[in-house]
Ligand binder design. Structure first.
Ligand code: PEP
Ligand code: MG
Length: 876
């Protein structure tokens, strides 16, 4: 089997075999773009290596052939005293894992060829600079010598000579550094191989091995990248960005990866190699400056950017090098972007005619939408804070948290329940674990494409980089800006949109929907079969959900309306009353309050359907808990403490979740539901008087049987009919039920006789199906997940096998009775994309979820429909 492909032999379809980078280099080569020649060793060769722990003879033979071909194509040879061939060896997995695996540049340099390179380029300094870079990279990647040991040598010499920049190093300094680097090898009992062939073989092995290094493994786990993909290895002729002031290297995006704005965006450094740009050690120049420095190169780059975008029909991330004024492309791939940029780019590409709406909808990860809805700082709170320092706005959003200066400390603080912000001098891929748990990442050095910036954007975390006024001392656990010292654990706030850092905690406000998101959500709505409603208990929730395009309210939990102090008091009066007589006064008080609640929701919904669920309170939630509260309540209610305690004892339940809640309460205290229905009708009448027609949807919780629901329904309907006839108007209404017990699922055909709609309460249904108390899973669920006894938390992602089967049964039975029965889901999983896809497949009519998850559910619903349609088409 062929294990190596020259760039000209591959193409973009061969990603699995050639890795993303290899497939793209091949594609670009075939597009006629200026790509330095080279070849790609396949992921199959990587698998083979992983099994044998050696490079096979067949692979070595192919390698020789390709090296010869490369020598012919370039007219250069390994170890040649006048024209030495130098190559880079880079990893490249089928799915991009930026910075997680290894790369070695300048392979082919040794004590002889360094002189040849010096003569050839007439630049001795450049040749020795390249050699010292090879020694450091090779030592670190192949022998695991610490990167900082090499850095320390460099820093020591710079300090000794009083230099501030690497560029000040002279050839003699570089020779001295090379000697010191070689000494580091010797100290570790190693030696640097002078043979280019030995170098390349060691480099290939190191890249294959780096598939399993710690940071790569963590990155894959975090990004759900399969373990068995393997990496390809790209061997490519070197071009030199560090060959003088007419050379340089950079990274460019065809659109702004933070905002999605259409403009060539990126950074470069003159007289530098790739690592200098991404490591953040020197702060690069924006690509726009290249326009002035090298107008022809800039124009060529811009033209290539357009060609590539048109070709790949997506925003591209390019790596380029300029060698003596000549532009080369080293890499192009779909660029990482913030969730907000992803949406803008997808919508813009549709408007530019490059992709269609369906493709735009399929390109966005629904989960990422909640990231772009991050709140922003409350402008008033912000006005009270002075900007402490400003850096480059690498990844938008507003974040506040306690500051930590190492990834390990950030991680530990996060595990201890703190909200953390990671602040570093600069970050390296080793910091990934700390970055994952941080609200925001702030670095003193680095540019917009530095590691910290790329990773923060990818994760949707707020990021600010290159904050030069900041100096971080991780050993002292402090950071300073001028006279101000921040200590570990101090609160800071970070704005990733402006790049500002503030001291203290700043409150945030709800996010606004960006224009392109609104467009995307409109397309999603038009494309999806299921509706998306919101769970909302207050006008504020509803308002937020409506801005996200919710179709209406799928669940109002009326018990949540009773937690404010004056209502709680009335509720306690109600619960603790001895008899119906004692309940009258609190019911009257609550009725007034509820009427206003319902009126406000109906009014705001402006004709959209509002499903209000009658009281479902586990009673214990409303009782006083500690002694102080008991005292207060006894006083408020004019009871002796003993009397109160007696009542409480009578109400106490061993298992309140399975106790006196849901419609059981209506059976024992019918006057409570009657009060709620009256409040609802008064609200409907008030709106009718204002010329607004409302058709109330009333939902009964925790139903177990047809007989039970028939009983409760009669109570509700009687109240409505009496009031409507007294008022003399016709009211259209629906009385439906939650389906949230296994018994309700199994008898759904009978229940459907008396229900106008169903809505699955998957929280309770999961609780009752598994027999897991939904409030007590913390003690065992993590172990189940860790030991893979459960594939996911069933309260977050629906358990399709068990709970899902019951749901399917309920849907089939319900619709056997009423073929058009409307069936929703209003438990937590209603906003989970994987669950939404499942609900679509079993015929659920709509999902309802918390306001911030409405966009997520909407896009997931559209994707589910699009996938189902595609599948159906493929079948027919
Ligand atoms: C449910 O059980 O899924 C539901 C929506 O009701 P609650 O969470 O209020 O019990
Ligand atoms: Mg429930």
């Amino acid at each position: 089997m062929k294990q190596i492909y020259a760039f000209a032999e591959g193409n973009m379809e061969m990603r699995a075999l050639l890795g993303g980078k290899g497939a793209n280099l091949a594609e670009m080569t075939n597009l006629g773009l200026p790509v330095p020649p080279g070849f790609t060793m396949t992921t199959a060769a990587c698998h083979d290596y992983q099994q044998q722990h050696a490079l096979s003879d067949a692979l070595l033979a192919e390698l020789d052939q390709h090296l010869q071909a490369l020598e012919q194509a370039t007219g250069k040879r390994f170890d040649d005293p006048t024209a030495p061939l130098l190559v880079s060896v880079r990893s490249g997995a089928p799915i991009s894992m930026p910075g997680m695996m290894d790369t070695i540049l300048n392979i082919g340099l040794n004590d002889q060829t360094v002189q040849a390179l010096a003569t050839l380029t007439a630049d001795t300094r450049f040749a020795y600079d390249s050699y010292r870079r090879l020694l450091a990279m090779f030592g670190n990647v192949v022998y695991g010598l610490s990167e900082s040991a090499f850095d320390d040598v460099l820093t020591a010499i710079k300090q000794e000579k009083g230099y501030t920049s690497d560029l000040a190093l002279t050839t003699d300094d570089l020779k001295q550094i090379i000697q010191a680097f070689k000494q580091l090898y010797t100290d570790a009992g190693k030696s640097f191989p002078q043979s280019p062939k030995a170098q390349i073989l060691a480099a290939i092995v190191a890249v294959f091995e780096s598939w399993n290094n710690r940071r790569a493994v963590i990155y894959r786990r975090e990004n759900h990248i399969p373990e068995d993909l393997g990496t390809a290895v790209n061997v490519q002729t070197m071009v030199f960005g560090n060959a003088g002031e007419d050379s340089g290297t950079g990274v460019a995006f065809t659109r702004d990866p933070a905002t999605g704005e259409r403009a060539l965006f990126g950074e470069y450094l003159l007289n530098a190699q790739g690592e200098d740009v991404v490591s953040g050690v020197r702060t690069p120049q924006p690509v726009a400056v290249l326009h002035e420095q090298m107008p022809e190169v800039y124009d060529q780059l811009a033209a290539i950017a357009t060609t590539l975008e048109q070709h790949y029909r997506d925003m591209q991330d390019l790596e380029f090098t300029i060698e003596h004024g000549e532009l080369y492309l080293l890499q192009a791939r779909n660029g990482k972007r913030t969730p907000a940029a992803a949406v803008k780019i997808a919508v813009d590409l549709v408007n530019e005619g490059l992709i269609d709406r369906q493709e735009a909808l399929m390109r966005i990860d629904p989960k990422s939408l909640s990231d772009m809805l991050h709140p922003e700082f409350d402008p008033q709170a912000l006005a009270a804070h002075d900007v402490l320092a400003t850096g480059l706005p690498a990844s938008p959003g507003a974040a506040t948290g306690e500051v930590y200066f190492t990834a390990a400390e950030a991680k530990a603080a996060h595990e201890a329940g703190h909200q953390v912000i990671l602040m570093r001098q600069d970050t390296s891929p080793e910091d990934i674990e700390g970055m994952i748990v941080s609200q925001a990442i702030v670095t003193a050095r680095g540019g917009m494409t530095s590691h910290a910036a790329v990773v923060a954007r990818g994760m949707g975390a707020t990021g600010v980089v290159g904050m030069h006024a900041l100096s971080v001392d991780e050993h002292a656990k402090t950071a300073t800006v001028g006279d101000i010292v921040l200590h570990e654990g101090d609160w800071v706030s970070v704005d990733g949109t402006t790049g500002h850092l503030y001291r203290g905690r700043i409150t945030t406000t709800a996010a606004m929907v960006k224009e392109s998101l609104a467009t995307l959500l409109d397309w999603a709505k038009a494309a999806s079969r299921m509706g998306v409603y919101t769970n909302a208990d207050t006008p504020k929730d509803l308002q937020q959900a409506l801005t996200f395009g919710a179709d209406g309210i799928g669940l109002t939990r009326t018990e949540h309306m009773f937690f404010q102090p004056e209502r709680l008091l009335q509720m306690r009066r109600l619960i603790l009353a001895k008899d119906a007589e004692g309940r009258k006064a609190p019911l009257a008080a609550l009725e007034k309050m509820q009427e206003q609640d319902f009126y406000d929701l109906y009014r705001l919904a402006a004709g959209k359907s509002v499903t209000i669920r009658l009281l479902d309170p586990p009673l214990h939630e409303f009782l006083p808990h500690d002694l102080r509260e008991i005292n207060e309540v006894a006083n408020e209610l004019g009871l002796e403490q003993n009397q109160l305690r007696e009542r409480m004892a009578a109400l106490k339940e061993v298992n309140p979740m399975l106790g006196h809640r849901g419609d059981r309460l209506a059976v024992t205290f019918p006057d409570i539901y009657a009060m709620q229905v009256r409040a609802m009708m008064h609200a409907v009448f008030r709106l009718a008087d204002e010329g607004v027609t409302v058709a109330p949807h009333i939902m009964i919780p925790l139903t177990n049987s047809e007989t039970e629901l028939r009983w409760v329904r009669r109570l509700v309907v009687n109240e409505i009919e009496q009031m409507a006839s007294a008022k003399g108007i016709q009211v259209t209404y629906e009385v439906g039920t939650m389906i949230e017990t296994p018994r309700a699922c199994v008898t759904a055909d009978a229940i459907a006789n008396v229900a106008d709609f169903f809505s699955f309460g998957t929280n309770d249904l999961t609780q009752l199906t598994f027999g897991y108390s939904r409030d007590d899973v913390g003690s065992f669920l993590p172990a189940y997940l860790e030991k893979k006894i459960l594939p996911a938390d069933p309260f977050q992602t629906v358990d399709t096998e068990g709970v899902g089967t019951l749901m399917k049964m309920a849907i089939d039975k319900g619709r056997a009775t009423k073929s058009q029965l409307l069936i929703g889901v209003c438990g937590e999983v209603g906003g989970d994309p994987d669950s939404v896809a499942f609900f679509d497949s079993i015929g659920v009519s709509y999902v309802s979820c918390s306001p911030y998850r409405v966009p997520v559910a909407r896009l997931a619903a559209a994707q589910a429909t699009l996938r189902a349609t595609k599948k159906a088409k493929a079948r027919s």
